[in-house]
Ligand binder design. Structure first.
Ligand code: HEC
Length: 111
């Protein structure tokens, strides 16, 4: 076998094992088709977060943030999404989004 054939074989093996995993997942786990949704809220930041935060990734990342995280943590995160990843977030919408995040996922959640 020459090296090209080896690479083709390796790619085929990887492809097959991935489809195997996907098929097993479809049978055993019932995931919503478009990923994790943001927690609904009456806060104005909810709609803004839906418009600005789940364009690139689902709300899954937010589920794994510490519920003890204070407001400055969320503020820093929203700013990081904008500056580092170029998230299309309007400056004017940022306080409302941070408010929603702190009260929905952070330490300002209703007890
Ligand atoms: C332009 C695309 C984009 C948008 C829009 C965006 N993000 Fe992200 N976000 C990313 C990327 C890329 C990562 C992965 C960073 C990594 O792996 O370190 C990420 C990671 C995260 C994480 C995981 C923890 C972390 O710090 O890496 C959280 C939480 C998060 N984003 C929240 C938000 C929130 C809240 C918004 C809206 C204000 C938002 N994202 C908007 C691209 C985006």
């Amino acid at each position: 076998m020459n090296s090209k054939a080896l690479i083709v074989a390796a790619i085929a093996a990887v492809t097959f094992s991935f489809s195997g995993v996907a098929m097993a997942g479809a049978k055993s786990i019932d995931l919503p088709p478009d990923g994790v949704q943001l927690k609904p809220s009456a806060l104005p930041g909810y709609a803004k977060a839906q418009a600005s935060c789940v364009v690139c990734h689902s709300a899954e990342y937010l589920q794994y943030q510490p519920p003890t995280a204070p407001r400055p943590y969320w503020d820093a995160m929203v700013k990081r999404m904008k500056t580092v990843f170029k998230a299309p977030i309007d400056e004017a919408d940022m306080p409302a989004i941070v408010d929603y995040l702190a009260k929905t996922y952070g330490n300002e959640q209703p007890k």
